[in-house]
Structure formats: C-alpha cells, structure tokens
Design a protein around this ligand. Structure first.
Ligand SMILES: NC(=O)c1ccc[n+]([C@@H]2O[C@H](COP(=O)([O-])OP(=O)(O)OC[C@H]3O[C@@H](n4cnc5c(N)ncnc54)[C@H](O)[C@@H]3O)[C@@H](O)[C@H]2O)c1
Length: 251
C-alpha cells in the first residue's frame, strides 16, 4: 500500500513506524502547507492517505484527498462538528473515508462497555453520570473527541439529559471534565456516582501505538472496500472477521 502521511507530529511518526513494519511504502510526508506543494506529485501517486493533523486544517486536507480520488483515514479530532458537510462532499466526489475519534481496540471496546453500563444504570436514577478525560498539555481540542463519542454513545440511556457540557455543571447536561498533564497519551473514565458508592469504567492508553495500529488496519481495509465509514463500524466488521483479534504490539 503506497501511503501518504498527512500530519507528521506525534501520531504521524507512530503511523510511519507501523506502516514500515507492515511492509507498506511511505510515499509522501506532509506536515505543513509548504509540504503540500513540494510533496504534491508523491501525494497523487499514493494509494491512500492517513491524516492525523490539526483541527483547523483537517477538513481542507480531506477535501484535497476527495478532489484527487485518494481514499483517506482521518484520526484528527476537533472537526466533527463539520462531519455532515464532509460526508456530503466525499459522497459527491465518490470518495472513500474512514474517520474516528479513537482507533484503538481498547477504546472501541470501551465504547461498547459504556453503552452497556449506561443501559444498566438507567434503572438506578440515584447514580449521577460523569465523563473524565486526561491528555498531554499540547492537545488542541477540549473535550477530547473520544470523550464526546462516549457521551454520544451513552446519551440515549441517560434519563432527563440531552447534550453535554465541558468543565461545568448544568441541569439536564452530562458533565465532561478535561485535564491536561505532561505527555499523557489518553485516559478516559465513565463514572456513575451515588451517595453509597461509585462505579468507574476506565481506559488508559499506554502509548500512541494502539491508535496508530488501528489507523493502519483501517487503511488496509479502506483500500479494498471503499465507502464512507465511522471507524466504529469498521471495527465491528473487522472483529466479526477476526482480522483484528490477533493484532498485537509486536507488529
Ligand atoms: N483518532 C485517534 O485514535 C487519535 C489518537 C491520537 C490523536 N488523535 C488526534 O490526531 C491529531 C494529531 O495528534 P498528534 O498528537 O499527532 O498532534 P501533533 O500536534 O503532534 O501533530 C499534528 C501535526 O500536524 C501538522 N500540520 C499542521 N498543518 C498541517 C497541514 N496543513 N497539513 C498537514 N499537516 C499539518 C503539524 O505540523 C503537526 O506536526 C489530533 O487532532 C489528535 O487529537 C486522534
């Protein structure tokens, strides 16, 4: 798979390692607007692009892929308020896209577990739900995309709640607390607190490798399948076909 890396920061470097270990060719590496000019032809010669850049440039990067018939896997967070527009443009151009707020196996299981737990807890209104997330100090968006997806996944099971609120409390809103510390790769907790006790479902990323693995697996899948998909759907499909179960960090 001839792959263009769009965004060569912390995640771009991890993705490069996984691509090379899985014998894929890295064609273009684009990390700023100048690179888009110098690497343009190599970008056009790619089978696929993997995009982990920044919230304010992600959509432009994706449109470049759609305009030039390059399928793209996007892990950038902080732009999903424009998801409908992006999906529509991608469809108009007959493009291929996998997007996701979190590509790790653990977090995709966390989403499923969170949904199940919220459904159980809907029978016990004495428990107050809350989401907490901790990330490194250079993270641009807040709350994290993963925390927002968790809120969306559990929202149908929360009584008398619609929507979430960041770092505040408001009647009828789910509170998401965001903390920024050191180089933390990502910690997410779903809590249900009562006077008697507290339940916590937690995912802790030990490094960025799990996110990068998932993105490369998604790219391998997208090259063969095409279409427009949330990674959670791809994950379910991969799990059903048992392709992802034996994937471990020894790549
Ligand atoms: N979906 C997931 O599983 C997942 C996991 C980790 C991080 N993320 C998200 O991925 C994104 C990147 O994370 P990171 O930790 O690598 O950030 P980072 O700040 O280390 O890297 C972002 C890179 O994008 C580059 N960039 C700036 N303008 C660009 C342009 N026009 N074209 C291409 N690249 C450009 C920057 O120079 C920088 O190197 C963030 O939005 C983060 O939240 C998602």
């Amino acid at each position: 798979m001839k792959t263009a890396i769009l965004g060569y920061g912390k995640m771009g470097h991890e993705i490069e390692k996984i691509l090379r270990a899985r014998k894929h060719e890295v064609t273009a590496v684009i990390d700023n607007e100048d690179d888009w000019h110098t690497e343009w032809q190599k970008f056009l010669d790619s089978d696929i692009a993997i995009e982990f850049s920044m919230p304010d440039v992600a959509v432009k990067n994706l449109y470049r892929c759609f305009d030039n018939e390059i399928p793209v896997v996007s892990g950038t967070t902080g732009w999903h308020n424009r998801l409908d527009e992006v999906r529509t443009y991608c469809a108009e151009k007959s493009g291929s896209l996998v997007y996701g707020t979190n590509f790790s196996i653990g977090v995709n299981l966390f989403f499923k577990a969170a949904q199940w737990l919220a459904e159980q807890m809907s029978h016990y209104p004495q428990y107050e739900p809350q989401i907490e997330e901790t990330h490194h100090i250079t993270k641009k968006d807040k709350p994290s995309g993963t925390a927002i997806t968790t809120a969306e996944v559990i929202m149908p099971h929360l009584r008398n709640m619609s929507g979430w609120i960041s770092d505040a409390k408001e009647e009828g809103k789910l509170t998401i607390i965001s903390k920024r510390e050191g180089d933390v790769s990502g910690i997410h907790s779903l809590l249900f607190n009562s006077e008697a006790d507290e339940l916590e479902l937690r995912h802790t990323a030990k490094s960025r490798a799990g996110f990068a693995q998932g993105a490369v697996i998604a790219a391998e899948w997208l090259v063969n399948n095409g279409g427009i998909h949330d990674f959670r759907t791809v994950f379910a499909n991969l799990t059903d076909n048992s392709n992802i179960r034996n994937f471990n960090l020894s790549y």
